[in-house]
Write a protein that binds this ligand. Structure first.
Ligand SMILES: Nc1ncnc2c1ncn2[C@@H]1O[C@H](COP(=O)(O)OP(=O)(O)OP(=O)(O)O)[C@@H](O)[C@H]1O
Ligand SMILES: [Mg+2]
Length: 396
């Protein structure tokens, strides 16, 4: 942590000035943003924290006023890497304990001076460096490729992203790398993306976490998506080195980076595939898809990807289909570990409304397939198993 972004929140303008002055005398380069807002109302202003990519939030609480703590707890869940510092002249053990339980890192006296801030900031920075070193391992890159157009690759990429994010606090990024005809945003939002990948990489020297986030659409607190350009011509501005920079940055800040690729395997797509830990090649149970899958697996082989990097996913699975899973496996020469049910009414409703299947139709077969897939990636028990276990626990 060198330059730190600090947000200060206080209902009182003169307090903001006072705290700003004290921070200015702390011996560190700080970028300070003042937010005039009562601590209890911070929830409504929390998007400003991501805009400013705050590393530390300093909250001016009135003496012994614990009312703001539940709000801070929510903010802490939303921004797990941001440290929260509370200023309060109440030093009761009860207040301190409650504050720490709500995720507050430091409680300083209301009249804390530059030296007190300096010491607190150094403690926070030292902890962050340690955590950063432990976290040096980067997020997993999961790429989705269509063995033939219309396989459902984009639908699965978007909905698996949602399923991964919904099962806890894993940070997930969905990058739409179908640069000519990308439509991943449609599966998670009914609004138009304000910015796209073309804006994010326009000036590659500016590309950092804050700039990337500012160009993404936040689907939920731990799921961001970078949309494809609306104008295919802007897609042509994107070069393979942009893809390298984008993915390298994303894996540093997200636990899962999901790439939705177009159906063309061009230089750019291959560059993205090179970064993938796993490539999900999506097929359906018909002969044209089998042909597409064989061709695609052949290309992956010639790119010298190890076989375990590629997983065939059977989408729109129906038990009584003319081609069984076994038939498909022997025709493609690869095993199929994952299937997702054919449920047109569910898929259509979700796509038409721009809502993730798990949110719109949590009990559907597609939702269960995706939940289990996500649980497997997260190293958790399959969903049915954990529900059954919880039921037993409740009865005991
Ligand atoms: N399991 C499913 N059951 C029913 N319909 C599905 C399922 N999965 C996807 N679909 C539908 O299939 C259509 C095509 O999906 P999608 O856009 O994801 O395909 P794609 O492989 O990304 O296509 P492209 O190659 O054009 O990028 C969508 O209308 C989607 O709602
Ligand atoms: Mg697609």
């Amino acid at each position: 942590m060198n330059d730190l972004n600090i947000a200060i929140a206080s209902a009182d303008k003169s307090r903001l000035d006072e705290i700003g002055l004290a921070l200015a005398s702390a011996k560190r380069r700080l970028r300070v943003t003042a937010m005039q807002c009562a601590p209890q109302r911070l929830g409504a202003m929390s998007s400003q924290l991501s805009q400013h990519a705050a590393d530390i939030l300093v909250v001016d609480c009135r003496d012994g006023d614990a009312g703001a703590l539940p709000v801070l707890e929510q903010i802490g869940i939303q921004y797990p890497r941001m440290a929260m510092v509370v200023l309060s002249s109440c030093e009761s053990a009860d207040f301190l304990l409650q504050a720490m339980r709500c995720g507050v890192r430091e409680v300083l006296p209301s009249n804390a001076d530059g030296a007190a801030f300096h010491a607190a900031i150094e403690r926070i920075a030292a902890k962050a460096v340690k955590a950063g070193a432990q976290q040096e391992q980067s997020g997993k890159v999961l790429a989705f490729a269509s063995c033939k157009g219309g396989s459902g690759a984009t639908f699965l990429a978007a909905n698996l992203g949602y399923a991964l994010a919904a099962q806890g606090d894993a940070r997930v990024a969905l990058l739409d790398l179908n640069l000519q005809f990308g439509d991943a945003a449609l599966y998670l939002s009914d609004g138009k993306a304000a910015a796209t990948i073309a804006d994010a990489v326009q000036d590659i020297s500016r590309l950092d976490e804050a700039f990337l986030k500012a160009n993404m659409m936040q689907v939920r607190f731990n799921l961001d998506m970078l949309a494809a350009p609306v104008d295919p011509a802007r897609g042509l501005e994107i070069k393979p080195e942009h893809i390298d920079a984008l993915i390298a940055l994303a894996v540093r800040h997200y636990d899962y980076v999901i790439l939705d690729l177009g159906r063309n395997l061009d230089a750019l797509t291959i560059r993205a595939l090179d970064h993938a830990d796993t490539i999900f090649a999506v097929v359906q149970a018909t002969l044209p898809f089998v042909r597409g899958a064989k061709r695609m697996l052949g290309i992956f082989e010639s790119l010298e990807y190890p076989p375990q990097k590629v997983e065939l996913v059977l989408n729109r699975f129906e038990k009584d289909a003319a081609l069984s899973v076994k038939d498909l496996e022997s025709a493609c020469g690869a095993s199929i570990r994952r299937t997702v049910a054919h449920e047109p009414h569910v898929a259509e409703a979700a796509a038409n409304q721009g809502i993730a299947v798990m949110k719109l139709a949590g009990g559907s077969c597609i939702a269960r397939n995706l939940e289990n897939w996500a649980a497997d990636l997260l190293g958790k028990a399959p969903v049915e198993e954990s529900r059954w276990f919880n039921r037993i626990l409740k009865r005991a």
